[in-house]
Design a binder for this molecule. Sequence first.
Ligand code: NAP
Length: 496
Amino acid sequence: MAGATLVCVPLVAKSVEQMVSDMATAKARGADVVEIRLDHLTNFEPSRDLVFLLRECHLPSLVTYRPRWEGGEYEGDDDKRFDALLLAMELGADFVDIELKVAQEFVNFLSGKRPASTKLIVSSHNYQSTPSSEDLSDLVARIQAVGADIVKIATTAVDIIDVLRMFKVMVHCQRGLISRILCPKFGGYLTFAMLSTGKESAPGQPTLSDLLDVYNIRQITADTKVFGIVGKPVRHSKSPILHNTAFRSVGFDAVYLPLLVDDFYSFINAYSSPDFTGFSITMPHKEAALACSDEVDPIAKFIGAVNTLVKRPSDGKLIGYNTDYTGAISAIEDALQGVQAKVPASSPLANKIVVVLGAGGAGKALAYGAKEKGARVVIANRTYERARELANLVGGEAISLTDLENFHPEEGMILANTTSIGMDPNIHETPISNHALKSYSLVFDAIYDPLVTRLLREADELGLATVNGMEMFVRQAMGQFKFFTGLPGKFVAGLI
Ligand SMILES: NC(=O)c1ccc[n+]([C@@H]2O[C@H](COP(=O)([O-])OP(=O)(O)OC[C@H]3O[C@@H](n4cnc5c(N)ncnc54)[C@H](OP(=O)(O)O)[C@@H]3O)[C@@H](O)[C@H]2O)c1
């Protein structure tokens, strides 16, 4: 059933007035439940403050009074805590949370006084690691045995493989963005989201608007396909926004996640279920993705890098593709067509000199694509040996960075920067002098952070045509979308 998982916003304000204001905001933004964190309040007075808080709460409420020994702020004794939690139940709290370590004592304390309308959440927090599957099952059994209505287990995912164990025990998993987002898929009861950045009650919580508006959590069900961008780092990737928006625009039942992966080989072995349907691959895993593919598109094989992996539905085999080269080349072609008087029958790159700066993954994709379009390819790279290897591969020429300074065999050349020089935070750097830049008619930069690099700014000031990395990024995503959904990539265009 869609939306079976409740989205809960923890309230961590220091005053009751601010908490009440945050409650109203959480309700307006679409939360299902608010967690009133009594331990965060300064000068908390149970009989005064609980009456006020629960009277003003117009959403289902979860009351938590977390002690320091379990990661909270409360430093007093358990008697006062138990009294406050009982009072919250009597005042109509929908859920009350108690830690497993003292749950039996709390249940004994409640005996005969427990209002039937309040559900008891028994929670266990592990801030170091995620236990083995056996230990997790044992933990669930112990929590159920104390009489919990809802089991809450929060663990620390040291590696993405840990998250799989949490999916298997079904329960709410407090750490890791992907377990929070996939809660509805794996039958989790409650998932936590912070009201806004800085208002989280535990590390890794997404914001409420990310959960609802980017990841479309209300639409996620057991059948929802899971895609994601695999890399390290992936935090700042724009791919989740792009693909989730595109999926939603065509009603494709899928969610796209950032997947922070250290070891690609163990990740791909562990995430082998058909639920995980396809991946975008970014640095540093494009070569490992090629090695892990059961079948590889010949162009991706030639380039030596896979940026798209799709599980074939009929047999689950992993098919590897590269959409970087079409993304970059089509962006350059369109820009060239824009500055040319009439659209040529062949590619506007045909017979042009394309100087590719860099010989890494993006450099290989650019060099291959330009060659395919009939361009004369020249590679310049910091490590000259790599430039020579790539030039040999595509039948081009290699030059040193020093030679690049006075390289001007003809007019109308194209420069494609595929190094990371000029990328944030080194935004004041550029890979080529202004003097050498004058020899080109069009400059492409694969970097999209910042959108306008120093290289592109200087090219623009010289009156040259420019193409930024976002053009390539959106177009490579269009190619991926087509492989993921079987639908035309045009649904991605124009989303950023
Ligand atoms: N817009 C998009 O969709 C898109 C897609 C893919 C990549 N990119 C961007 O393209 C850039 C390269 O990515 P990649 O995957 O090709 O990386 P990569 O495989 O690591 O290659 C990096 C290249 O940059 C050169 N390089 C790095 N630092 C340098 C420096 N300080 N001075 C001179 N050369 C330097 C390297 O030269 P050596 O061989 O000497 O080490 C190598 O040729 C990144 O900025 C990335 O964000 C953009």
